[in-house]
Design a protein around this ligand. Structure first.
Ligand SMILES: [Zn+2]
Length: 570
């Protein structure tokens, strides 16, 4: 028996086999039952979600010898021929390789002829966005007046690239990317029918890597089966994908929870020698922190896999705030990973940052400090938990250049009588710089960052920034530009400034004639200077001057234009 790849062998044969696209299946089934057929369908969605499979099923439904149906028989010669890709009235075109107008014309010339065997001639055009403009025009003519015996099924990953004239003549169905659960479910069905042993952890790894594509998932599964000599093991899938086992990741988190800095670095060193991918490692850390957080907050719905007890003990040992903070740090670590000199260093720094933000009270508890407790009244002060990402982000930013001193400083505080850790945000607060007095603003630099549009942008360009006292920005506007000042523009400018400063800022615009420069003036002056320089260098250019002399020509005054900023950057 020849080995058939799973993706082909388990290609869905009927609508019932199609996973994850219930909305499309229901609509198509109903149309078939009620015999209300459209002459052109457009199936869109990312790769590997089943566009062409669905198209072939539809072709079977239209042509099955048992009659028009939403449940093709799969045994008649037509159904069989379609499955073997041998059916003469199903014309499949890959637009990526046949995008020229000649190809499309050849194809469409035959549209007028009746189907040879079936009821309908079905044209399946895959990757239809690749057609040339001329091809689209040729296709459009047919779509406008299609013969009754023809059904077009267009499939594309990129519907935005289709002309609206084509889009408007198709019935469009958006196929969804598969969720990991849907992929795992389908893989489970397949492996059970194939009598192959597997672990759920292995399937989860494959499903995550497939990123919503069932075809990718099946091809990965094929490779894992080959690698695990007929079994689907987590180790084989991890080897294939360069990831690490959940146990390994949880061991790292356990070392973090124990505040064992040296041990965490040893684990990372071992991962390096085993050739792990540190980006995937960070993903795994993020995943597990998420699951630990679920365990802490909504234990009923937590996943019960082989690592459940390890996660459970971490969920008890770490505070909720700690898990949230570590998650946030890991996310930032992932974002910054490409900027680190090496992935290992980026990963290690992320873990060190988690260690640096270890809750102060936990460490104090370990030290069993003997200092006298604080007055009771002070301990009763309400502590408002505040771990919003923005705040954490701000703290991380300000702490980034130097993470060590702050936690140590807080560690030296006398221990409170109760050892429950205060919310992390409260512990982090001392790191925030106290000085928030306004700094002088560079209006020319600030203006483009406000994202202003239209009239508001023009108004802002003609404003000279006089003063910013931390709550009010005062601008001066030349009386000549007075008409630009409307209450709407001023309001929009106020909103943009407040958003920029992340607080309510008052904007005052005074009409005045001090003649101080505004961004618009400055840009104009700069343009003039560039123009003068250009004219000067052209008049000094020997070869240009001799050319002008030969041709007895002059440079037309005003025809020299400085390049705009966009042109220069190209
Ligand atoms: Zn049939």
């Amino acid at each position: 028996m020849t080995h058939q790849v799973l993706a082909r062998k388990w290609r869905p044969r009927t609508f019932a086999d199609v996973s994850g696209q219930k909305h499309v299946v229901r609509a198509l089934s109903n149309a078939l039952i009620q015999e209300r057929l459209h002459h052109a369908y457009l199936l869109t969605g990312t790769r590997g979600v089943g566009k062409t499979s669905l198209a072939r099923i539809l072709a079977k439904c239209l042509n099955c010898e048992k009659g028009l149906t939403h449940e093709p028989c799969l045994v008649c010669s037509t159904c069989q021929a379609i499955e073997k890709n041998e059916f003469i009235d199903l014309i499949e075109i890959d637009a990526a390789s046949r995008s020229r107008v000649e190809d499309t014309r050849d194809l469409l010339d035959n549209v007028q002829y009746m189907p040879t065997i079936g009821r309908y001639k079905v044209y399946l055009i895959d990757e239809v966005h690749m057609l040339s403009n001329h091809s689209f025009n040729a296709l459009l003519k047919t779509l406008e007046e299609p013969p009754a015996h023809v059904v077009f099924i267009l499939a594309t990953t990129d519907p935005d690239r289709l002309p609206v004239t084509v889009l408007s003549r198709c019935l469009q169905f958006q196929l969804k990317a598969m969720t990991s659960e849907q992929i795992i479910q389908r893989l489970t069905t397949i492996l059970q029918s194939e009598n192959l042993a597997f672990t759920n952890a292995a399937l989860a790894t494959i499903a995550d890597a497939a990123q919503g594509s069932m075809r990718d998932a099946l091809s990965l599964l094929d490779q894992v089966i080959a690698l695990g000599s007929g079994e689907v093991t987590e180790q084989a899938s991890l080897d294939l994908l360069g990831g690490m086992s959940t146990q390994a990741v949880l061991a790292l988190l356990q070392a973090l929870a124990n505040n064992e800095g040296k041990h965490t670095l040893e684990i990372i060193q071992r991962w390096l020698s085993e050739g792990f991918d540190f980006e995937l490692a960070l993903d795994a850390v993020i995943n597990n922190l998420h699951q630990i957080s679920v365990l802490q907050l909504i234990p009923d719905i937590a996943e019960l896999d082989s690592c459940h007890s390890l996660r459970q003990s971490l969920a008890e040992q770490l505070t909720k705030e700690q898990v949230q903070l570590y998650y946030q740090i890991a996310l930032y670590g992932k974002r910054d990973l490409p900027y680190a000199p090496t992935p290992r260093l980026g990963f290690e720094m992320t873990v060190l940052r988690m260690l640096a933000f270890f809750p102060a009270e936990k460490i104090e508890g370990n030290f069993k400090s003997a200092t006298t407790p604080k007055p009771v009244a002070e301990n009763l002060k309400p502590v408002i938990p505040d771990t919003t990402p923005a705040l954490i982000a701000e703290n991380l930013k300000s702490a980034a250049p130097d993470t060590t001193p702050a936690p140590i400083a807080t560690n030296l505080k006398p221990a409170a009588p109760d050892t429950t850790p205060a919310p992390i945000a409260a512990n982090l607060k001392p790191i925030v710089p106290a000085d928030t007095s306004p700094t002088p603003l560079d209006w020319v630099t600030l203006l483009p960052q406000l994202g202003l549009q239209g009239a508001t942008k023009v108004l802002a360009q003609y404003c000279h920034l006089k003063e910013y006292d931390g709550s009010t920005v005062t601008f001066e506007l030349d009386p000549k530009q007075g008409p630009l000042l409307t209450s709407i523009s001023q309001e929009k400018l106020t909103t943009a400034m407040s958003r920029y400063f992340e607080k309510t800022v008052c904007v005052r615009i005074e009409i005045g004639q001090s003649g101080l420069p505004c961004p618009a003036n400055l840009a104009h002056q700069q343009n003039l200077a560039t123009l003068n320089q250009a004219e000067l260098s052209l008049s000094n250019d020997q070869s240009l001057q001799s050319l002008l002399k030969q041709l007895n020509a002059d440079i037309e005054p005003g025809s020299i234009l400085p390049k705009s900023r966009e042109e220069k950057s190209q």
